[in-house]
Design a protein around this ligand. Structure first.
Ligand code: 13P
Ligand code: SF4
Length: 308
């Protein structure tokens, strides 16, 4: 069967929309109606008039789409497509943490479960984190979770004193500083660009730090330059598509990493076959408890409002 044709047929028949993250395999990015970063994807999920949202990304992203569009059917090609960062923040422990620090505004990075969002005052993504933190009055103490690397970057940029949750992304912590230095010695005219989930020593080497969409835009605006790209390697697909003549090298990962570059195995669980099956069967569906939706919606809406 021609999977691409079948997906197009099913999409039309069922009035479905396919939203895909930049870390998805190229064939999924190519068939998607929209490819974007976490903020762009949640904005699309909130405004779509499709009946079914096929979310080609990871669980927390599909869950965010369900919270924003609870009446719609939201399907994820592989229900096991989780996120190490979201997993590093279990709801019970986080609830105890917030209760131990009352009077703090709770800002959570979108890479967390719906239960964590329900315990938050406002959500942010990597593309609006600085703006969201700066929207909180200076004297107000802040809890920031779950990503300690993004949190440390925000503290450095804004000078805010935030209490950080000890979470991180395995993919962005897999970059090898030694190999990066070696690579940069070999290619000294390449600029390093990095996602803020990376560790501080990696970020210190970067000319530009931003979300996946931010990194793509930066490369687009500097097509005469060459880049070493420190984020999940799936991002190179859109960069190469838009800028075929720009020289790009994915940042190298540590020796024990399964891939020479950093790949998110959760993101790579989705395949074109699974996407076709989930559209056909309208399963696996994302279900979120109604009371959690009620509580998680406001902090996400606050973020969307501040991101207009
Ligand atoms: P972006 O919002 O920058 O696309 O990041 C999502 C993500 O999971 C990064 O690891
Ligand atoms: Fe989660 Fe990291 Fe994968 Fe992004 S790259 S989805 S933060 S595990």
């Amino acid at each position: 069967m021609d999977l691409v044709k079948e997906i197009h047929r099913l999409k039309k028949e069922k009035n479905a929309v396919i939203l895909a993250h930049y870390y998805q395999v190229p064939e999924i990015q190519d068939i998607a109606d929209y490819v974007g970063d976490s903020l762009g994807l949640s904005q699309k999920a909130a405004e779509t008039d499709a009946d079914i949202i096929v979310f080609a990304g990871v669980h927390f992203m599909a869950e965010t789409a369900k919270i924003l569009s609870p009446k719609k059917t939201v399907v994820l090609p592989d229900l096991n497509a989780g996120c190490s960062l979201a997993d590093s923040c279990p709801p019970e422990a986080f609830k105890a943490f917030t209760e131990a620090h009352p009077n703090h505004v709770v800002i959570t990075y979108v890479n967390c479960s719906a239960e964590i969002k329900a315990l938050s005052d406002i959500v942010c993504t990597s593309s609006n984190a600085l703006k969201i933190v700066e929207s909180i009055p200076k004297e107000t103490p802040i809890i920031f979770a779950p990503d300690k690397n993004l949190g440390a970057y925000i503290i450095k940029e804004t000078g805010r004193n935030m209490l950080l949750w000890d979470g991180s992304c395995l993919v962005h912590e897999a970059f090898s500083m030694d190999k990066l230095i070696e690579l940069h010695k070999k290619y000294p005219d390449y600029k390093i660009i990095a996602h803020p989930e990376s560790e501080e020593h990696i970020l210190k080497t970067a000319t530009y730090i931003g979300s996946t969409a931010g990194m793509i835009n930066y490369v687009k605006q500097h097509q005469d330059q060459k880049f070493i790209v420190a984020t999940e390697a799936g991002i190179l697909h859109k960069m190469k598509e838009a800028m075929p003549n720009t020289e790009l090298i994915p940042a190298p990962a540590k020796e024990d990493n399964t891939c020479a570059c950093s790949e998110c195995h959760f993101m790579k669980m989705n395949t074109l076959q699974k996407l076709c099956d989930c559209l056909l069967n309208e399963s696996p569906k994302i279900e979120v408890d109604e009371t959690i939706i009620e509580r998680a919606l406001l902090p996400i809406e606050r973020m969307l409002e501040l991101s207009k």
